[in-house]
Write a protein that binds this ligand. Structure first.
Ligand SMILES: [Zn+2]
Length: 376
């Protein structure tokens, strides 16, 4: 039986980005509520664990003191051009009331999850309030202030764990990739939309790490319109052999749900069945998994995807893609009686012709550049 921890507390509900901002802090609460109402948060080894704010000493393992000070000061309503130069107070990373407390609590949730795995108290943990993969040591970026996932990887690696970081948010997981760009004890694999089209503009297939880290940074850029089969082909041909060769001790999985069809900020065409399949693959490694949230700007679709991900993570998923439920990413339906899985989406031959050759070319480039380093 999997011991799985869902990281949440009502304390998180106090904080909100400005109303016009796409990042909605209500998503974890909604995910929690739907799981709870279906009896999926407790029993069978499942438990709910409250986050505790990350302490400053830990935050300094990734962020500079200068940056943390500016963030805290801004949160109290005072910020200047120096803060702005560090990305604090931009339209992407606005200052809002309690910003510092929120970022530190959300990050604390991911670190609580990491420690549950380290102590053996849990085999799997999900912090839907985590996944701020764009934050840099001294720069807020892409709705992210404190990089909880980079910190978690760092803390796990400090305990001599070989860390596998997998990022399926539609945007490149740049903050994490660059944090470990020169290291071989944290392998980062990011699947994301073509950086020529989407923020943050990095994550090309030839960014593969440097020095000892060469071959341990894997970027899989995907064309507009990428659909389930094309995505899973890339995952199966790239991630699966690399994960097997790398032999991680622990997995950190950033599950931004903005690659789903219908996301207002991106242009991929996935259903949440992809996430379920990927988690199933990750579980086969039989190692502890720390899963976080991330992007996801269609709220209902994101909540359903995260609820599904949790059920797969703790072995409680009963649905399957051959038995389609009533809801679905393109149906705008909130009737989830049939389960959390999206109905399969039709893919036109035109879309297939536009997507598959580009995905195949990317797969070949990565195989050429990275596989030999791992004896593949
Ligand atoms: Zn994203």
């Amino acid at each position: 039986m999997t011991k799985a921890a869902f990281i949440y507390s009502q304390e998180l509900e106090k904080f909100h980005y400005p109303p016009e901002h796409p990042f909605n802090t209500i998503r974890p609460k909604k995910t929690r509520d739907v799981l709870n109402s279906m009896g999926l948060l407790s029993g069978d080894g499942r438990s709910e664990v409250a986050p505790v704010p990350a302490d400053r000493l830990t935050l300094k393992k990734f962020h500079s003191a200068r940056y943390l000070h500016a963030l805290k000061t801004a949160s109290q309503g005072r910020w200047d051009s120096e803060a702005l130069n560090m990305g604090i107070g931009t339209s992407d990373c606005p200052v809002f009331e309690g910003l510092y407390e929120y970022a530190v609590l959300a990050t604390g949730g991911t670190l609580v999850a990491a420690n549950l795995l380290l102590s053996g108290s849990a085999d799997a943990a999900f912090n839907p309030s985590g996944g701020f993969h764009h934050a840099h040591p001294e720069r807020a970026s892409g709705f992210c202030y404190i990089n909880d996932v980079a910190l978690a990887c760092h803390i796990l690696a400090e305990q001599s764990k070989r860390v596998l970081y997998v990022d399926v948010d539609v945007h490149h997981g740049d903050g994490v990739a660059y944090a470990f760009y020169g290291r071989c004890d944290v392998m980062t694999i990011s699947f994301h939309e073509d950086p020529r089209i989407l923020f943050p503009g990095t994550g090309f297939e030839d960014e593969i790490g440097t020095g000892k880290g060469k071959g341990y940074c894997v970027n899989v850029p995907l064309p507009v319109g990428t659909y389930d089969q094309a995505y899973m082909k890339a995952f199966e041909e790239i991630a699966i052999p690399l994960m097997a060769a790398y032999k991680p001790d622990v997995i950190v999985f950033e599950l931004g749900a903005d690659a789903l069809a219908g996301d207002p900020l991106a242009h991929l065409y996935l259903t949440n069945n992809v996430y379920a399949d990927i988690i199933t693959h990750l579980l086969r490694l039989n190692k502890p998994i720390l899963m976080t949230g991330g992007g996801g700007y269609n709220i209902d679709n994101t909540v359903r995807a995260w609820a599904l991900a949790w059920t797969v993570l703790c072995g409680a998923d009963s649905g399957n893609a051959d038995n389609p439920p009533l809801g679905g990413v393109m149906l705008e339906s909130t009737d989830w009686q049939g389960g959390f899985r999206d109905r399969a989406l039709a893919v036109s031959s035109q879309q297939r012709d536009a997507v598959m050759p580009a995905v195949e070319a990317t797969i070949e480039a990565i195989k050429t550049n990275i596989f030999p380093i791992h004896g593949l």
